[in-house]
Write a protein that binds this ligand. Structure first.
Ligand SMILES: Cc1cc2nc3c(=O)[nH]c(=O)nc-3n(C[C@H](O)[C@H](O)[C@H](O)COP(=O)(O)O)c2cc1C
Length: 213
């Protein structure tokens, strides 16, 4: 499919058909994703595709441990399930069915292959994940190209020690995300809600002129 169309319609998929994603389709998506840039071309990214039902149930339980308090904070514990905003309700339904997603792809990174050039700035490191997420985004787009829906999640990373134990991920490897992958139960969005170019791009200074069209 057209690259720009894929980028503009690769939205978060909150419900999936009860249909397996075959190896060869995933293989094709990973084969495209791996060309993403990585610092020094050290290639530290690894993936674990979780299809096993018992393992998915366990991941769901740890996901809900993170999701439930997050939802509570989001709603102040005051809004009933029926009054939740549509996007939050969809995310909650997704969380309650996390184990029903055909494949949960746990994104891992060898820590020795990451270089956080902003690590001494006394704030949260952004660069630390810089070698990981271009490949992740490539994977999301490659899945879109195959007609697969995806949801990028990071809540499970808070339960990293348990996840690593479950999936036998080595000590010197970190988890960076878990991507839900499956055939979407509903059509892809025709347009995603995002800020306009003029809101996010300026020339020569942070609040400088916007680009001419
Ligand atoms: C870094 C990152 C982490 C995310 N983590 C989660 C998550 O843990 N759980 C979840 O339901 N959605 C998660 N999302 C999905 C976002 O909520 C979603 O991309 C956003 O609401 C926009 O949705 P849209 O792409 O469908 O417009 C994450 C997205 C990103 C980029």
């Amino acid at each position: 499919m057209d690259l720009i169309e894929a980028m503009q319609t690769q939205g978060t998929c909150r419900s999936y058909l009860d249909r397996d994603v075959p190896d060869d389709v995933l293989y094709k998506a990973f084969d495209a994703a791996r060309f993403g840039p990585q610092g020094g071309n050290r290639q530290p990214v690894r993936f674990v595709v979780v299809r096993d039902a018992a393992k998915k149930r366990q991941l769901k339980s740890w996901y809900l441990d993170q999701w439930n308090p997050y939802l509570e904070r989001l709603t102040g514990g005051k809004i009933g399930a029926t009054a939740l905003p549509k996007s939050v309700k969809a995310a909650d339904e997704f969380a309650q069915h996390y184990d029903a997603v055909p494949a949960l792809v746990v994104v891992c990174a060898e820590i020795s292959g990451l270089l956080a050039t902003d690590r001494d700035l006394g704030r949260l490191s952004i660069v630390g994940g810089g070698s990981v997420y271009p490949i992740v985004q490539n994977f999301l787009l490659a899945c879109r190209n195959e007609g697969l829906g995806t949801t990028l999640t990071t809540l499970l990373c808070a339960a990293e020690a348990s996840v690593k134990d479950l999936l036998q991920i080595p000590d010197d490897v970190a988890t960076a995300a878990t991507i839900a992958v499956g055939w979407p139960a509903r059509p892809f969005p025709s347009k995603l809600t995002r800020r306009a170019v003029d809101d996010i791009v300026h020339v020569d200074s942070y609040d400088g002129q916007t680009l001419a069209r």
